[in-house]
Design a protein around this ligand. Structure first.
Ligand SMILES: Cc1ncc(COP(=O)(O)O)c(C=O)c1O
Length: 401
């Protein structure tokens, strides 16, 4: 007897799973206590507070950096970092087109032009082999992005920067704890930025940090985020134009607890990602993105799989995602489009140059239309949760394939 073909949930059948996924963000009585402690201390601002300063030191140390400066979000962290590097009007910043808009909009916000270089097909990070061809006399910095928590090829990025006298700003906004050849990212280049926005693997709802090993750059970032004050100066002593980008103590207090929880979460994500990757690789038409062996730790902000429609009866990726969600694998999505296609970026570059013809970068064009994202929260589940993803994907493939 031939087995009966199951009915997909998207076509009215029973879903593979109905149980909820791990909720995010996570907290317990430690966050509650931390918030109440701040409340009762009446030290709600940064000036007299202890938590933001302590978190800056603790997080910088966690990333293997000497200094950390907290700011309200990752977008402003990028902006402060670029300003500290002296990137401004007329300059160019080489970056990846497969990233959140802030990587490029931060450059535009300081008057610089983001220059998009295609990605490597395996890493989805900037292709280092293409960087040198994009360098012009106006290039000031390279801003690799460690997308999804997977470090970019920092050996090649740093070598290109050194050859051409350029700064390196790591957009590590998705890469808490990620390691390139045994070293945590963020301070491998001149400066690195992290985000603690609510979807991130450690979060205070919003917040960000700039990290560096360079004392002079750290002082500059501190000054820029504190209305141009200097560390040992007076309250009304403003040495440069900056802004008020200080973080309130509530966020520092929460982030300290979240950082305590991160190592255990990282272990869980590592184990589940290894299990899920091996199992999904067995589903025809699905290929988890491979990892460069020099990536010694992936932060697993995103679990990324390539979808090949030929194995799914030619159904487009959007259909697959809808079917997967209907089966109960709700935290999945299609992810980014190449950033040079975003109207905001096109308008801003057209305003700078009088005209903007977006590039056609073939690798990111192809990959951005094939990748399926699973959110980091999925990887905090248990083995049955991972099995249910594989079961749902296998069911869809059998019906359509
Ligand atoms: C790669 C990347 N860069 C920058 C940012 C900006 O961070 P935020 O949302 O905290 O401003 C994010 C966050 O979404 C990000 O993922």
């Amino acid at each position: 007897m031939t087995p009966k073909t199951p009915t997909l949930a998207v076509e009215g059948g029973a879903p593979v799973r109905t149980q909820p996924w791990p909720v995010w963000p996570m907290y317990d009585e430690r966050e509650e206590r931390a918030l109440l402690d701040v409340l009762h201390s009446r030290r709600w601002g940064t000036r007299l507070g202890v938590h933001v300063r302590a978190f800056e030191d603790e997080f910088a140390a966690f990333q293997g950096a000497r200094y950390g400066i907290c700011v309200p979000n990752g977008t402003l962290a990028l902006q402060v970092a670029l300003q500290a590097l002296g990137v401004g009007w007329g300059d160019e910043v080489i970056t990846s087109p497969y990233t959140f808009i802030a990587t490029a909009s931060a450059a535009l916000a300081v008057g610089a032009r983001p220059v998009f270089v295609d990605v490597d097909a395996n890493s989805l990070n900037i292709d280092p082999a293409l960087i040198e061809a994009a360098i012009t006399p106006r290039t000031r910095a390279i801003a690799p992005v460690h997308i999804g928590g997977r470090p970019a090829d920092m050996d090649a990025v740093l070598a290109a920067a050194q050859r051409h006298g350029l700064h390196v700003l790591e957009d590590a906004c998705q890469a808490w704890g990620a390691e390139w050849r045994g070293q945590r990212v963020g301070a491998l280049g001149d400066l690195g930025t992290f985000s603690f926005q609510s979807s991130k693997n450690i979060t205070a709802g919003e917040a960000g940090i700039v990290v560096t090993n360079d004392e002079g750059l750290a002082d500059l970032c501190w000054s820029l985020h504190n209305v141009g004050r200097i560390r040992d100066g007076g309250w009304y002593q403003h040495e440069r134009l900056g802004s008020n980008l200080r973080l309130p103590e509530w966020e520092g207090a929460i982030l300290r607890v979240q950082l305590e929880r991160l190592p255990e979460h990282m272990q869980r994500r590592d184990a589940n990602a290894a299990y899920l990757g091996a199992a999904l690789a067995g589903v025809p038409g699905l290929t988890p993105l491979p990892l460069d062996p020099r990536v010694t730790r992936n932060a697993w902000h995103l679990f990324m799989v390539r979808y090949d429609a030929r194995y799914f009866g030619g159904r487009p990726r959007g259909d697959f995602i809808a079917a997967l969600q209907a089966e109960g694998v709700t935290p999945c999505s299609a992810g980014y489009i190449p950033l040079y296609r975003a109207p905001a970026i096109q308008h801003a570059l057209a305003a700078l140059d009088g005209d903007y013809t977006p590039p056609h970068l073939p690798v990111v064009e192809a990959l951005a239309s094939e990748i399926v994202w699973l959110a980091q929260t999925v990887l905090l589940g248990d083995t049955e949760d991972m099995d249910s993803i594989v079961e749902a994907a296998t069911k869809i493939q059998r019906v359509w394939g």
